[in-house]
Design a protein around this ligand. Structure first.
Ligand SMILES: Cc1cc2nc3c(=O)[nH]c(=O)nc-3n(C[C@H](O)[C@H](O)[C@H](O)COP(=O)(O)OP(=O)(O)OC[C@H]3O[C@@H](n4cnc5c(N)ncnc54)[C@H](O)[C@@H]3O)c2cc1C
Length: 429
């Protein structure tokens, strides 16, 4: 079987490897010139690379861990206990363990107790369907109280979903509580995983393995996709190729721009919304905090997450440099998303010393900005009704995109899992 895969991200490469090792001929089309890994791609730093956008994985991420093992990279996995924090009401507090939550001074004692109970209660919910009709906000207010919602959870939801925070389904928050619980060794300690050299190393390895099996990475944008007599035709600026099957991995909205699809399917596509993300990476001379991940719950801050990557990952190839990511999720139509790099850098860097007074712009060697349009699907009420199936209305054209991951939330582990599952279905049908 000859298969076209659109997108050399985690989903596309996992699918391509599954098909290639089973004897199928695969061409992977990728828009970004020479880049692999999609959102989980990398950029060069010192004598190595780091992720363009911060990434870590959890001990419960078994699909990606199995794949890392299969391609011989297990020895490159690092497991580290993070130190996380929250910046709220002008102060930085530790926020790693349930104990930090219980001792968290920004809300009163009764609210803290109710918050702890809410987290525990979420873990006992076994069927996500019971959380589909209630928003995360309603569920949190009911279980943890209005005070803790207003002072804490609202900020956490807003940090991911911006203006749409109130629309997020209870399933999303249930999932977060469950996931964080399953990645703890014991109640107070959690381990996060990072692949030495960035997760790019996995994607590079997969592409090499696909090429060894006569697959190709075609660094060209698919400009049109059409079905013709059961075959799938892929157009690029430099020609056309025909395939038995095609797996599309970017968002359904981008498929709708490339392919003629029936109106009822387009209506479903239009219902699926994503938030965008802007991420600024700083490569600096000195460390500025002891924390890995700090949620910024300050209303005037232009970024909502601060990640000091080098407080999690120690690698001599970074040559002693400090690597920091500042991130903001926002509406795809927000003017800040299309602001110039200079404007974004100015807004973020002017604010950083207000939160971390030891930071000085003079210590920054390099900055990089990465924009991601389809960064986080907006998981609303009864989202199960909106999830598109793998098959599209065009025969032999399939879609496996981030927004189809449900009830889990997006992440490399599920991208790999769904990529492999999609490849298996293509081989079966
Ligand atoms: C800010 C942020 C932080 C994250 N943090 C984590 C984390 O800590 N841990 C974790 O596991 N996950 C994290 N994720 C999620 C993770 O990055 C994604 O779930 C995963 O990388 C998605 O992979 P994908 O292959 O499905 O999609 P993508 O990575 O989006 O890949 C799609 C590919 O398709 C290509 N493409 C698009 N259109 C075309 C076309 N017409 N022709 C050819 N190619 C095309 C794109 O260039 C891209 O390479 C994070 C995501 C974001 C945005």
């Amino acid at each position: 079987m000859k298969v076209a895969i659109i997108g050399a991200g985690a989903t596309g490469l996992a699918a391509a490897w599954t098909l290639a090792k089973n004897g199928h001929r695969v061409d992977i089309y990728e828009t970004s010139k020479g880049e692999l890994g999609g959102i989980a791609g990398a950029m060069p730093i010192g004598k190595t690379r780091i992720d363009k956008i911060y990434h870590h994985i959890f001990t419960s991420d078994t699909s990606i861990l199995d794949l890392i093992d299969e391609v011989g990279l297990s020895s490159e996995m690092m497991w580290i206990e993070p130190k996380n924090g929250m910046h709220i009401n002008g102060k930085l507090y530790p926020f790693t363990s349930p104990m930090d939550l219980i001792l968290f001074p920004a809300v009163n004692l009764v609210s803290r107790f109710r918050m702890g109970l809410a987290v525990l209660r979420a873990k006992t919910v076994s069927d996500y369907k019971s959380m589909e009709d209630i928003t995360a906000k309603e569920w949190l207010v009911k279980k943890a109280g209005q005070e803790s919602y207003d002072k804490l959870w609202k900020t956490l939801l807003t940090s991911k979903f911006d203006k749409d925070a109130d629309k997020v389904s209870g399933v999303w928050i249930w999932n977060k509580f469950k996931l964080r619980g399953s990645t703890r060794k014991n109640i107070n300690s959690e381990s996060l995983g990072y692949l030495r050299g960035g997760f790019y190393e996995l994607y590079k390895k997969l592409s090499e393995l696909v090429e060894e099996k006569n697959g190709r990475i075609v660094y060209k944008k698919a400009t049109r996709i059409s079905g013709e007599g059961g075959k799938i035709r892929i157009d690029t600026e430099s020609g056309t190729q025909s395939y038995d099957k095609c797996l599309f991995t970017p968002s359904p909205a981008s498929l709708a721009k490339l392919c003629a699809l029936p109106p009822d399917y387009l209506k479903k596509v239009a219902k699926i919304k994503h938030k965008a993300n802007v991420c600024l990476t700083l490569v600096a001379k000195k460390k500025i905090s002891d924390y890995y991940w700090v949620t910024i719950a300050e209303e005037d801050s232009p970024f909502v997450v601060f990640i000091e990557h080098t407080n999690l990952v120690k690698d001599e190839k970074y040559e002693g440099k400090t690597i920091i990511y500042l991130s903001k999720y926002l509406d795809q139509s927000d003017p800040f998303f299309v602001a110039t790099d200079r404007e974004i850098k100015k807004a973020f860097l002017e604010h950083l010393p207000k939160l971390f007074p030891s930071f000085s712009e003079a210590d920054v060697f390099e900055t990089h900005i990465y924009r991601s349009l389809d960064a986080q699907p907006l998981v609303g009420l009864r989202y199960s009704e909106d999830v598109l199936p793998l098959e599209t209305p065009v025969k032999n054209l399939y879609i496996a995109s981030m927004c189809q991951i449900y009830p889990e939330d997006r992440g490399q582990n599920y991208a790999v899992d769904r990529g492999i599952a999609a490849a298996k279905r293509l081989m079966e049908e």
